[in-house]
Design a protein around this ligand. Structure first.
Ligand code: SG7
Ligand code: ZN
Length: 225
C-alpha cells in the first residue's frame, strides 16, 4: 500500500514527492505529465488502430477517480507495438492543456504493452455538448463513495472515441503517485461531446482531480504530418 495523497493541502501535488521519498519520483523526474501542448513536430508516425470490445466491467471509486476495469482482449496497436486495454478513468478538469487551455474533463484509457510492460495511455478530452449515451450510462451509475464498486453488464469504450484519431504523442509519466516515467502518452486532438449534466455528475464527486502541468524540459511533442 502507498502513502495517502490527494489534490489539495498538505497531501497535494506539490507535496507528493515528500509523502514517499523512496517510491514517488514526482519531483525528481524530468519527464513528468501532464503538459501543455502548444507546439508539435510533424513526423511520419504510425496511426492508432483500436481493437476494443464491449464487455462487462466493474466500476470503482478508488478515492482519486472513477475507474472502469475492463476484461482482457481489447487492444490498441501503434506500429509494431500492441497494447492491452486495462482500465479507463476520468479527470476534471482535463490534465493536458492545449494552447494553454484545459477542457472540462479528460478520460484516460490505460493500456499495457504486452511485450515490455510500458504503459500506453490514450487521453481524450470531453466537452459539453450532445449527450453521449455511453458516458451517460456510466455517470448514472458512478459509485459515490470511496471504495464503492458496481458491476457494469456491458460497457463499450468505443463510444468515448472521437470520429478522427489524429493525436499528439510524447514520453511522459503517470499523473498520480508514484509518477513513474514509463508512459507513452497519446492525446487525441478531437474532443468528444458529452452531456454537461454528466460532466457535473463527475465534478460533484471529483471537482478537481487534475495534476498541474509540468515543463516539457527537453521533450518534443510529435503529431502526424
Ligand atoms: C488513477 O490514475 C487510477 C490509477 C492510475 C493513475 O488514479 O486509474 O490506476 C490504478 C490501477 O490505481 O495508475 C498505474 C495506473 O494506471 C495514473 O494513471 S494516469 O497517468 O493515466 N492518470
Ligand atoms: Zn489519468
Amino acid at each position: 500500500t502507498s502513502a495517502h495523497w490527494g489534490y489539495t493541502g498538505p497531501v497535494g501535488p506539490e507535496h507528493w514527492a515528500d509523502l514517499d521519498k523512496k517510491n514517488f519520483v514526482c519531483s525528481a523526474g524530468t519527464q513528468q505529465s501532464p503538459i501543455n501542448i502548444n507546439s508539435a513536430v510533424k513526423a511520419d508516425i504510425p496511426h492508432i488502430a483500436i481493437g476494443w470490445h464491449k464487455g462487462g466491467g466493474n466500476m470503482v471509486n478508488n478515492g482519486h477517480t472513477i475507474q472502469i476495469n475492463m476484461p482482457q482482449g481489447s487492444t490498441l496497436t501503434r506500429g509494431d507495438r500492441v497494447y492491452e486495454l486495462v482500465q479507463f478513468h476520468f479527470h476534471a478538469p482535463s490534465e493536458h492543456h492545449v494552447a494553454g487551455k484545459s477542457f472540462p474533463m479528460e478520460v484516460h484509457f490505460v493500456h499495457k504493452d504486452t511485450q515490455s510492460g510500458t504503459l500506453g495511455v490514450l487521453g481524450v478530452f470531453l466537452t459539453p455538448g450532445a449527450t453521449n449515451a455511453s458516458f451517460a450510462a456510466l455517470a448514472a451509475a458512478f459509485p459515490e463513495l470511496p471504495n464503492g464498486e458496481v458491476t457494469i453488464d456491458e460497457v463499450n469504450p468505443n463510444w468515448l472515441l472521437p470520429a478522427s484519431l489524429g493525436y499528439w504523442t510524447y514520453e511522459g509519466s503517470l499523473t498520480t503517485p508514484p509518477c513513474a516515467e514509463n508512459v507513452e502518452w497519446m492525446v487525441a486532438m478531437e474532443p468528444v461531446d458529452v452531456d454537461p449534466a454528466d460532466i457535473q455528475r463527475f465534478a460533484s464527486l471529483y471537482p478537481s482531480n487534475a495534476r498541474p502541468i509540468h515543463s516539457p524540459n527537453r521533450r518534443f511533442i510529435v503529431r502526424q504530418s
